[in-house]
Design a protein around this ligand. Sequence first.
Ligand SMILES: [Zn+2]
Length: 356
Amino acid sequence: MADGVLQLVCECKHDPWGKQGKDSLAGRLWSHMPGAGELDASETYSEVLSFAKALPLQIHPDKGLAEHLHAVDPKKFGDTNHKPEIAIALSRFESFVGFKPLHQIAELMRLKPLEQFMPTREDFDDGALRQLCETLLSLSPDTVSETITKLQDTPMPQSGDHQHIPSLLDRLNKQYSKFDNGNLVATLLMNYMVVEPGEAVCVPADSIHAYLSGDIIECMARSDNVLNTGFCPRPDRDDVTLFAEALTFKPHSPRDSLLPSKKSAIGLKGRSIEYGPPFSEFNVLGVTLSPTETEKHRVLQSPSILVVTQGSGKMNVGDGTAHDIGEGDVYFAARDAELEMSTKTGLTLYRAYATF
Ligand SMILES: [Zn+2]
């Protein structure tokens, strides 16, 4: 396969936050894998990601912390690498990503049920926000529940983007109970973002995030390290102080978490768009072809992985091989592989490639 492709047979995970049965795009894609079998209507299918409830509130440690954690506990933190990630929406995608602008958080914390948690520092800066985040994550289950009850009887400030907080609290309460600290951190401190299919969100290392609903293509650096502190059972949560210490505070607004996409010069027929995160370890190409359209990619100097998310067609490879491709197919393409895609009925695929 010097400059060819290799079809991969992948598993689908069954995390409790995944969508069930045929409702799960991840499940439907997986069901086309050779030997996959029927989808079970009562089972959750979670990765490529499809989720009906919030994923654990988390960060992925940067390289320095990852090396330290791996040295201390190699079983739990299996990698020494960081794990920045991007999420490209395949359906309407709701998420909590990064922290709100400081003045919006300060405004909320002046509400009666919350003022007791505000750090006693003169300026409300990122240091104070770190302290506030740690405080909220450390509250006892009863205090969390009482605070949420009081908040639901308190009118939200009219300015800022606070009007969605009561309905989000209702939803999260149903998903993880009124006792979960993640409910307060996500709704009060974090940006609530909704993006449409084709749009993407970027999560740098150490950046707080919790995906809420949708189907996405997720691409990340090679690491599986994660620190969780909410939206998961208490025994599964990592140390709150460690979590708070590791937090990064950039970006500080939803706009900065959006990952722009642009037409890619790799697509020689102009039908590929490119998602290029600023940490420049990998990019993802999105190819959408209408019936009878074709696309050809200029040869890449690095390996890539390709996932078909919709439709079917043909992929001709520079080594002379031709492959019928369809929904759910996953291919590894060697560096220097020359790929040309065509379709009679329409085709959407994503191709992630290393940019080193
Ligand atoms: Zn993550």
